[in-house]
Design a protein around this ligand. Structure first.
Ligand SMILES: C[S@@+](CC[C@H](N)C(=O)[O-])C[C@H]1O[C@@H](n2cnc3c(N)ncnc32)[C@H](O)[C@@H]1O
Length: 256
């Protein structure tokens, strides 16, 4: 039906698409309308794609889109949770976008046989990006790209990591080497992204400013709590706030 038209995708999805290497064997987990695999297939950049979703509605929408754009031979649409629909060795690149960070980590951990043969993972978490970074750091991945983009007044974190193989697996990600001075420093790097703290973009600096305001507001809310756990959490937020304030003093957006 739309075979001659190019699918339109958002700035966020475009930024994710740009991280998928040419000739990838891609799986897009939580594909919804399969916009990402359809877009990349139309650009002729993939070997093939699996578009998979846990829910019937998005699965049906994905099937309809793939048929409408006449891409049935390039994009296989599947129904099921996480990577359970994919055979080991079938894909080398995984995209998980538009889900919480904890769900993304669960998806990676629940299919170890598939993940053994994956080279690159691209995640755009809607929250808890520190869960993804911690998991990667502790499980033999190295960050290859981090970005923050602003779309419709919302910041989106996008990150990609390469899986290390063989003897490399025991190594720590060098991206964190400047942040090992204290636990607080490391937790700021896990929350915000070590590569962006070292080489910030203007959008990242604005994102960090918003994060700082949020930490201060949460610390304020916890001030009167008598729960010991809240006090520990508040004290950590205050220490992280101090670290980030110092960082902000040295980093201003270029047009400010
Ligand atoms: C907000 S949409 C994101 C769609 C698309 N990835 C994007 O970024 O625009 C989230 C999709 O993930 C699917 N989903 C949620 N949990 C999932 C899981 N464990 N496995 C596969 N799909 C899942 C939902 O059904 C939904 O279609």
């Amino acid at each position: 039906m739309f075979a001659n038209l190019t699918v339109a995708i958002s700035r966020r999805l475009r930024a994710i698409a740009d991280l998928v290497p040419r000739h990838s064997k891609l799986v897009d987990v939580g594909t919804d309308h399969a916009l990402l695999p359809v877009y990349l297939s139309q650009q002729h950049t993939l070997s093939y794609a699996v578009a998979t979703d846990i829910s019937e509605g998005p699965y049906t929408a994905a099937l309809q889109n793939v048929r409408a754009f006449n891409l049935e031979r390039q994009v296989s649409v599947r129904l099921g949770p996480g990577l359970s629909t994919v055979a080991p060795g079938e894909v080398d690149t995984v995209v998980i976008a538009g889900m919480g960070g904890s769900t993304a980590v669960e998806i990676l951990t629940e299919s170890p046989k598939v993940m053994e043969q994956v080279e690159l993972v691209v995640i755009q978490p809607m929250n808890a990006s520190q869960r993804v970074r911690s998991y990667w750091r502790e499980n033999g991945y190295v960050l290859s790209v981090e970005a923050v983009i602003l779309e419709d007044d919302r910041y989106y974190e996008i990150m990609a990591a390469r899986r290390l193989s063989g003897s490399e697996v025991e190594g720590r990600d060098p991206a964190y080497s400047s942040f090992l001075g204290s636990e607080d420093e490391l937790s700021v790097a896990l929350e915000l992204g070590p590569t962006l703290l070292v080489k910030p973009t203007d959008t990242f600096i604005e994102f960090a400013r918003a994060k700082l305001a949020r930490w201060k507001s949460i610390a304020g809310e916890l001030e009167h709590s008598r729960q010991p756990a809240s006090t520990v959490h508040r004290n950590r937020l205050i220490r992280q706030t101090h670290w980030l304030e110092k960082w902000m003093n040295h980093h201003q957006p270029e047009d400010k």
